[in-house]
Design a protein around this ligand. Structure first.
Ligand SMILES: [Fe+2]
Length: 190
């Protein structure tokens, strides 16, 4: 008798590992998930999706005050967003409060800063990097990070985000502080 435990229902469609998929197929896969896909699966899907301009036209829009989140799909297991950022727009420092997720840079340049939480010093800088077009970067639980479009990038940024389970109330942090605040979903960018 097999001891293998299959956490996915047998009829949940999944793309074969490493094969390219269209944006419509990705939406179909996400909508069909009945339990949260792993970070590895999300990374693989975002790495293998081939996106053309027409796929995103319903989800492109920029605001001057803050970056703009556009939801593509959402169910109990997973959600996908397209986020549009003008230069200088960035998230607060945050974690995903139990969700994991990944981001793909579709256009522009995204900066990602990762932080560590020290019980004595509070929140500390850990590392930072610039992500160019095509980069897929994942955030596990409980990674603390900040994403943004650098002020001096001189270009708009468009990113595609998949979170599992969908983001709920998130935690935000301040550098050098042990204070943790909560944000409700819709006011909060990713
Ligand atoms: Fe995030």
């Amino acid at each position: 008798m097999s001891t293998h435990v299959n956490l996915q229902t047998p009829d949940t469609p999944k793309p074969p590992d490493g094969s390219s998929i269209t944006f419509s197929e990705l939406i179909e896969y996400l909508n069909s998930q009945t339990s949260p896909p792993s970070l590895e699966e999300i990374n693989s899907w975002l790495s293998n999706v081939e996106i053309v301009a027409a796929d995103l036209e319903d989800y492109i829009g920029f605001k001057e005050g803050n970056y703009w989140r556009h939801r593509v799909c959402r169910n109990e297991a997973v959600e996908m967003l397209v986020i549009c950022w003008r230069p200088g727009q960035k998230t607060p420092i945050h974690d995903h409060n139990g969700s994991h997720g990944a981001v793909r840079v579709h256009q522009g340049l995204m900066c990602e800063t990762v932080f560590a939480f020290d019980n004595e010093k509070g929140l500390c800088y850990d590392s930072g990097r610039d992500c160019t077009v095509g980069t897929v970067t994942g955030a596990a639980v409980p990674d603390i990070h900040q994403l943004g479009n650098p002020e001096l990038s001189g270009q708009d940024l468009i990113t595609i985000h998949v979170y599992s389970p969908p983001l709920g109330v998130l935690k935000t942090y301040k550098l050098g502080s042990s204070q943790v605040d909560l944000y409700t979903p819709n006011d909060f960018p990713t």
